[in-house]
Design a protein around this ligand. Structure first.
Ligand code: SAH
Length: 213
């Protein structure tokens, strides 16, 4: 499978039919070949609208969910964005076309090194990946205009709320890890935080500490 004109057209059609309508988000997703972020036999399925297994028992998210989350994040070209849960690096690559700077944090070293390699190959010079427990935030680079969490937390992690700039937006799946979760959008105002429920989703859990590989 290659991300040729036909595959791209079909991919964009599926995104649009699933509610991804933001032109900038669609343009960014048209540029990023999801096939570069999956391995082995799963490359045949790279352009299907489904999550797929990646190393370390994790998953690359479903493209329409990546689109909807990115759309909800309302990224502007001036934004400094933090993603928690690099996984394959696909979501971070999409964000790199929309933001000024992207920092992405993953608790599995192996996933970080594989994602870095793909970012290099694709010439994405505004993305930096770190191995760390992202639930603690990324103090060195804070504050952030946008924060996207791609693993489910029981509540939006306090350190991440603290690193969100006033006027900033965080999108995070919340709920128990083994059931249906709710994707929420948190907006930081002068007075506090506003919360909006977006939709039901299913993500792997946000875990504490660094992984063994
Ligand atoms: N955004 C990814 C998919 C993420 S899957 C993509 O585009 O492919 C969720 C990822 O979050 C997993 O790789 C998991 O290891 C990671 N994760 C879970 N808890 C974490 C934590 N506390 N800090 C950093 N990464 C975490």
């Amino acid at each position: 499978m290659s991300f040729d004109a036909g595959a791209r057209m079909q991919f964009l059609f599926t995104l649009r039919s699933n509610g991804v309508t933001d032109k900038r988000v669609l343009d960014a997703m048209e540029k990023v070949d999801r096939g570069r972020f999956v391995r082995g036999t799963f490359t045949d399925r790279a352009y299907d609208d489904m999550p797929l297994p990646i190393a370390c028992g994790q998953t690359i998210s479903q493209p329409s969910i990546v689109g909807l989350m990115t759309q909800a994040l309302a990224v502007t070209p001036r934004d400094k964005v933090l993603e928690i849960g690099t996984g394959s690096g696909y979501q971070a690559a999409v964000l790199s076309y929309l933001a000024r700077r992207v920092y992405t944090v993953e608790r599995h070293r192996r996933l970080v090194s594989e994602a870095r390699k793909v970012f290099d190959e694709l010439g994405l010079s505004n993305v930096t990946a770190f191995t760390a427990d992202g639930s603690r935030g990324l103090a060195d680079q804070a504050p952030f205009d946008r924060i996207l969490v791609t693993a489910a937390a029981e509540d939006p992690p306090g350190p991440l709320l603290a690193e969100l700039r006033v006027g900033g937006i965080m999108v995070v799946p919340v709920g128990q890890s083994d059931s249906v979760q709710t994707l929420i959008k948190v907006t930081r105002t002068e007075r506090g935080f506003d919360y909006d429920d977006l939709r039901s989703v299913r993500f792997v859990p946000l875990l504490e500490g660094i992984g063994r590989d």
